[in-house]
Design a protein around this ligand. Structure first.
Ligand code: DP6
Length: 361
């Protein structure tokens, strides 16, 4: 399959106007995507848990217009016009135009809101871009009702990827793989696919409590971050390691080996940050409280033998991951000992989820 397969044949239907709403979740990578080539192609494969509670809800209103010269859209976040969101969406429209040739034929109103606090440091690009891609796919489905469910999801993920790489892993759940690799049959650089192998019950309803250590603006944008991998002295080894970690994860997921699981995801998180610390220019995205939390998690795990682990995004927040069966004890520990390190004691309880939902059409 190539990107050209997503260029549609001439549409069979005509559409004048309408409105559609999708909600789409965020996701948290276990094996990290860090480094990309042209056209949002990842340098290495990644795998993520889709989340359940951290979501973006987007309503797209579309009205046919006479002139087809340019994109016309307005963006609202929580009911307020957001001029500063427009450049990213304009870039997205340009990137996907050949796959959605109707884009210049409509005037769009994009109304969006998140279930998590804005600028909490939680990536809203994954949930936001996937929700928008799905709304656009709903228009395409009106223009071409023949499209199958499978094609719909694959193309939504393909489009979301062109908005933000990790967004391609938010269309479905509960474990999504993106990036061609030998471990996962059917994996591709073009879009996210459902992890197709056995996953042990230990990972059912796996918990993710997100500790909001730093709600400030991102120090390093994802574009700048990924670019740091160009010419990075350890890039080749890192990309190779991601393939190896994905291969190692397969038996871990199958037999439910939580110890090995934790070792692998924590190593992935620290490697991501090590890549940032060893690039030029270099960055430290962890904060002192990120390290305090990590130390506490390790001490608590040592003391209790409970299966608590962490992962990190490209920021200071900590995702605390643990099995549902141990949730009572671990959540108590989080509230008693970790929440104090969060900004304004803010944290979000989430768990593994099953992907985006159409709310209204
Ligand atoms: C550290 O998907 O935000 O969260 O493709 O430039 O939009 P762009 O990058 P983005 O990068 C996410 C990086 C990460 C790891 C991951 O989610 O795999």
């Amino acid at each position: 399959m190539t990107a050209n397969d997503f260029i549609p044949k001439p549409y069979s239907n005509q559409v004048a106007n309408g409105k559609v709403t999708w909600e789409s979740p965020s996701n948290i990578a276990l094996v990290k995507y860090w480094g990309k080539k042209k056209n949002q192609i990842p340098e290495n494969p990644s795998i993520s848990f889709t989340l359940n509670n951290c979501k973006t809800i987007t309503t797209l209103t579309y009205t046919a217009k006479d002139n087809h010269d340019d994109f016309e859209f307005e963006v609202f976040l929580d009911g307020k016009q957001k001029e500063d969101f427009k450049p990213k969406i304009a870039t997205f429209f340009q990137r996907v135009e050949s796959y959605l040739p109707f884009l210049k034929r409509f005037q769009f109103k994009i109304e969006t809101s998140n279930t998590f606090p804005h600028s909490s440091g939680i990536a809203s690009s994954a949930s936001g871009m996937s929700a928008l891609a799905l709304c656009l796919m709903s228009i395409e489905r009106e223009l071409n009702p023949e499209i199958s469910e499978e094609e719909f999801k694959a193309k939504a993920s393909f489009l979301a990827r062109l908005g933000s790489g990790s967004a391609c892993r938010s269309i479905e759940g509960d474990l999504i793989v993106w990036g061609e690799n030998e471990t996962v049959e059917g994996s591709t650089d073009l879009f996210g696919v459902k992890y197709p192998y056995t996953v042990h019950d230990n990972f059912k309803e796996y918990q993710d409590t997100i500790l909001l250590v730093d709600r400030g603006e991102k120090q390093v944008s994802s574009t700048v971050g990924h670019n740091l991998m160009h010419g990075h002295p350890f890039a080749a080894q890192r990309f190779e390691q991601a393939h190896e970690n994905l291969a190692k994860l397969k038996p871990i997921l199958e037999v439910g080996d939580l110890k090995q699981f934790i070792a692998l995801i924590e190593s992935e998180a620290l490697t991501l940050h090590a890549m940032m610390m060893t690039s030029m220019p270099y960055f430290i995205l962890m904060k002192p409280n990120t390290l305090e939390i990590i130390q506490k998690i390790w001490a608590f795990r040592e003391k209790t033998g409970l299966h608590i682990g962490f992962t990190l995004d490209a920021g200071a927040n900590v995702h605390v991951l643990y099995p549902k069966a141990e949730a009572t004890h671990i959540l108590e520990f989080i509230k008693d000992e970790l929440v104090g390190y969060c900004q304004n004691e803010q944290y979000i309880c989430d768990q593994i989820g099953f992907g985006a939902k159409l709310i209204d059409n």
